[in-house]
Design a protein. Structure first.
Length: 173
């Protein structure tokens, strides 16, 4: 088992269970389209019984300060981690937010909203191009296809309130 330095430079063992948690989170975050580093950082913070500094992350995970900084910033935006005060330390430390519904839901809802907005603009552009089609069968074909895409957007927009309900944090229920 690799040894890890803690914020007071004592040695800490990275257990097989912690390694399993990190791997679990890497896979979860990859499902959301996020880089392995972000999943590794969150997994390590989640599996740590004490607050974690950026130095702890770079040493434990073998990542650069730049990768650690960018990953921590991303996780803060998703509210997946929170800064905590550590007595006697000037460096910032972090703990994991354990309410998965909150940050996974916020991420997925944000992705869905962005997708809907993007595809609405695209289907509007497509609909505007229908007038330029000259062949009757070609025009009918594309009207039907663009109509289906627009309908899909309308259904996706109806899902948003469901996301709010399904991914409401335990505090909000």
């Amino acid at each position: 088992m690799p040894e890890l330095a803690t914020n007071n430079r004592e040695k800490l063992t990275f257990t097989p269970l912690q390694a399993e948690v990190v791997d679990f989170m890497v896979r979860l975050f990859r499902l959301m389209g996020l880089p392995k580093t972000i999943g590794s950082i969150y997994g390590y913070v989640y599996a740590s019984p004490r607050p974690v500094s950026m130095d702890d992350l770079t040493q434990a995970l073998g990542i650069s300060l730049g990768s650690a900084s960018q990953g921590l910033r991303t996780l803060k935006v998703f509210r997946a981690i929170k800064p905590v005060y550590t007595q006697g330390e000037r460096r910032e430390h972090f703990e994991a937010e354990t309410d998965f519904q909150q940050f996974v839901g916020a991420f997925l809802k944000g992705e869905l909203e962005q997708y809907i907005e993007n595809t609405e603009k695209r289907t509007e552009r497509m609909a505007g191009q229908l007038e330029a089609l000259t062949g009757e069968s070609e025009k009918e074909f594309f009207e039907e296809r663009v109509g289906r895409l627009s309908s899909m957007n309308e259904r996706a927009r109806k899902i948003l309130p469901l996301f709010n309900e399904v991914f409401a944090s335990e505090k909000e229920k």
